[in-house]
Structures are given as C-alpha cells and as structure tokens.
Design a binder for this molecule. Structure first.
Ligand code: NAD
Length: 260
C-alpha cells in the first residue's frame, strides 16, 4: 500500500475524477475526506469506501467560501488525524465566446478554480507546517494549463494560473517537506464533459459526434478519451513520491494531445 495511514483531503470528490482519486487513495491505505459542495454524494462516496474496508468521511465544503474551507479542513483533520495530501480538484466548466461571457460567469469560474485552490492550500499548509509531517499538494490542472481552446477563456486562464500557484507552493513548502505538483488531463468522460458536448455542438453548429471526434479528441494520438483511472494513477504517483525531487512540476495525461 503506497499511502498507508496517510490522511488525504480531495475536493470535488463526490463525482468524476476526484471520486476516482479518493477511491484509489483509499485502496492504497489512505484515510480520505471527500470534500464537496454536494454533501449527499460525498457521504455516499465515503460510505462506498467504508463498505469496501477503507476509511473515509464526507465533508460539506464550498471551496469558494473561506469559512467553509477552514471549517471543513479542520473537521477533516480532526476526524482523520491530520492531513498529508491535498488534491485541489473541484471545478466547473462554462463555455462561450469571450465577448459573450458575463462578468458573473467569469468570476464564478475563477472563484472555484483559483480562489478554491488558494483557500484549500492555505488551510492545509497551515496544518502541514504545524504538524512537521510535510505533505503533498496536487492541483487538478488540465491540458488547458498549457494550451488554449475556443470558448474557454476563464477556464484556460484559471488552469494556467494553477501552475504558477504550484510553483510558489513548491518553493515556499520545500523547507517544510511540502511538495506541490499539477496534473493536466485531456478530455475525460465525466459529468463536466458530458455537459459540454451538446453546448459546444450548439455554439459551433456541428453534431455532438463531431464535437467528440473533431474538437475534443482531434489531436490525440489514438482518438481516445483519458480515463478517471489514468488521472488517479498520476495523482497516486505524485501523492506517494517520497522526496522534494519531484516538486513544482506539471504532468500531462492526454493520449498525446499535448506533447512537451
Ligand atoms: P465533475 O463535474 O464530475 O466533478 C466536479 C465536482 O466538483 C462535483 O462533485 C461538484 O459538486 C464539485 N464542485 C463544484 N463546485 C464546487 C465548489 N464550489 N466547492 C466544492 N466542490 C465543488 O467534474 P470532473 O470532470 O471530475 O472535474 C474535476 C476536475 O478535473 C476539475 O477541476 C476539472 O476542471 C478538471 N479536469 C477535468 C477534465 C475532464 O475532461 N473531465 C479534464 C481536465 C481537467
């Protein structure tokens, strides 16, 4: 077990990528807090982990709410016995041409991705520094941390920003044994992507099948979606890496859509 007795908080873990990361971490021996806006789904996910013999709790958390983040992290630390790993994963997508974005939509997306990353990082760093146990902070970036696409101005801006945040955390956290890295997945079939397919078809005036083949997977090496399991494996690699040798990095997992 690669994460035996480690304590992990995963935000946005009631669905999609975060859920799979939480399940994977629990299978590897971690105690996991499923932190999500959707408390019912978070509790269900935690229940599934416990039924399989793992340790998990659901935590209600809106990552854009300073008090909710601080209280949620404190509750998770009290229940699990500390925090060694944060996966800042909660996210949404809103697609429009830039000139059609309302300021409210821009701010909502930036708040969840960027403010949420800052607030959860600050709350967990305080714990990690105080405990002297060090830790690993993992941000859910995207191909859009490296590359732009049509219709995604705030998302591309936010995901690029997470790489900057991870680099600062890597520098500041090093002397406390805290590492920080970014995972950059290509398209993964989750509710977040399923919602975009009809939206993009409408905006671009093409069929949903063409959105998948000619937009989403066009530049992959094999026309395949990345899976939640693929992303969870990378999260496990970052979470279990034993030293500061691997910090301040971003790793693309995208079937070759983007090559560095
Ligand atoms: P998803 O919609 O399946 O899950 C997102 C989760 O975040 C949901 O459980 C939702 O309740 C939660 N959430 C939303 N707002 C929140 C808030 N304010 N506070 C707490 N929780 C909140 O989406 P997903 O595809 O699993 O996406 C997870 C992350 O992966 C996101 O950051 C997304 O940008 C990123 N990502 C996804 C893809 C993809 O193709 N699906 C690709 C690259 C990156």
């Amino acid at each position: 077990m690669k994460l035996k007795d480690k304590c992990a908080i995963v935000t946005g873990a009631a669905s999609g990528i975060g859920r799979e990361i939480a399940m994977t971490f629990a299978r590897e021996g971690a105690k996991v807090a499923i932190a999500d806006l959707n408390k019912v789904a978070a509790d269900a996910c935690a229940g599934e982990i416990r039924a399989a013999g793992g340790q998990a709790i659901g935590v209600a958390m809106d990552v854009t709410d300073e008090r909710a983040v601080n209280d949620g992290v404190a509750a998770a630390v009290a229940a699990l016995g500390g925090v060694d790993i944060l996966v800042s994963n909660a996210g949404i997508q809103i697609v429009h041409p830039l000139e059609e974005f309302s300021y409210a939509e821009w701010k909502k997306l930036m708040a969840i991705h960027v403010d949420g990353a800052f607030l959860t990082t600050r709350a967990c760093l305080t714990q990690m520094y105080g405990s002297g146990r060090g830790g690993s902070i993992i941000y859910m970036g995207s191909i859009h941390s490296k590359e732009a696409s049509l219709l995604k101005a705030p998302y591309v801006t936010a995901k690029h920003g997470l790489i900057g945040l991870a680099k600062v955390v890597a520098k500041e956290g090093a002397r406390h044994g805290v590492r920080s890295n970014v995972i950059c997945p290509g398209f993964v079939r989750t509710p977040l992507v399923d919602k975009q397919i009809p939206e993009q078809a409408k905006t671009l005036g093409i069929s949903e099948d063409d959105v998948i083949k000619k937009v989403m997977l066009k530049d992959t090496v094999d026309g395949q979606f990345t899976t939640v399991q693929d992303v969870a494996e990378v999260a496990l690699f970052f979470a279990s890496f034993p030293s500061n040798a691997l910090t301040g990095q971003s790793l693309v997992v995208s079937h070759g859509w983007f090559m560095q």
